[in-house]
Ligand binder design. Structure first.
Ligand code: HEC
Length: 140
């Protein structure tokens, strides 16, 4: 009986630790990213992405992030839970940031999503994606 109780207590503590949101493991293309790498991704996001996608991933037009503005163009979409960034595979996301967006081919419909391949390495982009993964289900 005692063994059972301590087993149960052990199981409970594993469950509790597992539920702490901070300890959730973030992977990008199968590689695990630690907190320091994610913090670097956050810094790079602030430097290269936040001016369009919003400081907290709320999108270029935070009030109506998924609609075109009066010029008929879509802005930078949100990377939080109101967007759809989480629906894309990791490799696609990295390539998209490296090579630029659909807007480069269709500037009449979208504000520009530049290519970052000459400024950021794939590794740096992956760190940014790792950071985005920490916010992409948030709906503030
Ligand atoms: C100059 C404004 C601008 C900057 C800076 C910018 N983006 Fe974008 N981004 C856009 C726009 C506009 C779109 C939508 C049109 C398109 O996809 O071409 C977009 C689309 C995207 C998409 C595809 C949509 C989605 O949610 O999956 C991703 C991913 C993305 N951006 C990531 C980034 C990352 C990461 C950075 C920083 C390295 C960044 N963007 C910097 C404007 C920008």
């Amino acid at each position: 009986m005692r063994l059972r109780t301590s087993l149960l207590a052990g199981l409970l503590s594993v469950l509790l630790v597992g539920c702490g949101s901070q300890s959730a493991t973030i992977t990008v293309s199968g590689v695990v990213f630690d907190e320091a790498q994610i913090a670097q991704g956050r810094q790079l996001y602030a430097q290269y992405c936040a001016s369009c996608h919003g400081a907290n991933g709320e999108g270029q037009f935070a009030d109506f992030p998924l609609l075109p503005d009066e010029t008929g163009r879509f802005g930078a979409p949100p990377h939080n839970g109101y967007g759809h960034t989480s629906h894309h595979p990791d490799d696609w996301l990295i390539a998209y940031v490296r090579d630029g967006g659909i807007s480069l081919r269709n500037p009449a419909l979208y504000y520009p999503m530049p290519a970052f391949g000459d400024q950021l390495s794939d590794q740096e982009i992956a760190r940014i994606i790792a950071y985005i993964k920490t916010i992409w289900h948030e709906r503030p």
